[in-house]
Design a protein around this ligand. Structure first.
Ligand code: SAM
Length: 286
């Protein structure tokens, strides 16, 4: 494989066909073919010497190559065995890279980063079919991530940045905006991938708040948010009542009003701050 960063569609086709491989749609294999986008992703990662970067789905190694230039250590997890063997050969002499042939959803992340306490980052062009489960897995792994930069489908970026009351606003929005500062860095045309996907993409950055309060409140907030969004048409009073959060509807009404929330509002209209205040006001366990 030629050295350098992104590969042209022609080179990608050649490398894959030499091994009797082809891009697998089922694994979200859309390879980046534009160095400017690669630069935008890595710039957003503000990589410092000493950083350990986790890359999910290195593919043919275009992003990996840049990460290796800037980070102390890169851990890259590629599920596809064919791509993994190409990567293994190409990066054989790289001492800064640890490559794993496994499914990110089956990976013990804490074990992976156990020797590093600071400068932990995730930078990845995520496989689109499991974007949301991957993001939740990373957030809920109990790891002190400093920063995450993802290339995701535009629709996921819109959900991450959605306003209360909009159809994109949901548990992903609330939990991620509670967990950290969410920024959309920019949009990316579908034309810069090979093969071209059916949707456009965006680069997003999440900077975790990393406070003890955030860690402690996360599980309780998560359960309340799940309950609120389970049936979007239900009022917040009914949604939480049917999930056992109040002894009675009357008690629920009083509690919601105490937090400045009209009990007849739907959960999807509550801001992140309102969800937080409500969670703090409810008894710790139901
Ligand atoms: N990083 C490359 C790039 O930017 O050109 C490829 C990105 S491609 C959108 C997603 C990559 O994730 C593919 O290489 C795919 O094989 C890999 N992948 C898919 N499912 C995976 C999983 N469950 N665990 C780890 N990698 C996975």
């Amino acid at each position: 494989m030629p050295s350098g960063k992104v590969l042209s569609p022609k080179t990608i086709r050649e490398i894959l066909s030499q091994r009797k491989l082809a891009p697998r749609k089922s694994l979200g294999q859309n390879f980046l073919t534009d160095n400017n986008i690669l630069a935008k992703i890595t710039e957003a990662g503000i990589i410092k010497p000493g950083d350990l970067v986790l890359e999910i789905g290195p593919g043919l190694g275009a992003l990996t190559e840049v990460l290796l230039e800037q980070a102390e250590m890169v851990m890259a997890i590629e599920y596809d065995r064919g791509l993994f063997s190409i990567l293994k050969e190409h990066f054989a002499s790289s001492e800064k890279l640890r490559l794993f042939n496994q499914d990110i959803m089956e990976t013990d992340l804490s074990q992976l980063v156990k020797d590093q306490e600071s400068g932990l980052k995730v930078i990845a062009n995520l496989p689109y079919y499991i974007t949301t489960p991957i993001i939740f897995k990373l957030v809920e792994a109990g790891i002190n991530w400093e920063l995450m930069v993802f290339l995701v489908q535009k629709e996921v970026a819109e959900r991450l940045c959605a306003k209360p009351g909009s159809k994109e606003y949901g548990s992903l929005t609330v939990m991620l905006n509670f967990y950290g500062k969410v920024e959309k860095i920019g949009n990316v045309s579908r034309k810069v991938f090979y093969p071209e996907p059916d949707v456009d993409s965006s680069i997003v950055r999440i900077t975790p708040y990393r406070t003890l309060e955030t860690q402690l409140l996360y599980p309780r907030l998560s359960r309340i948010v799940q309950a609120a969004f389970q049936q979007r048409r239900k009022t917040i009073l009914n949604a939480l009542s049917s999930n056992g959060y109040f002894q009675s509807k009357e008690e629920g009404e009083v509690l919601l009003k105490e937090h400045g929330i009209d009990p007849q509002r739907r959960g999807e209209t509550l801001s992140v701050a309102e969800f937080i205040s409500l969670t703090e006001g409810l008894v710790p366990e139901v």
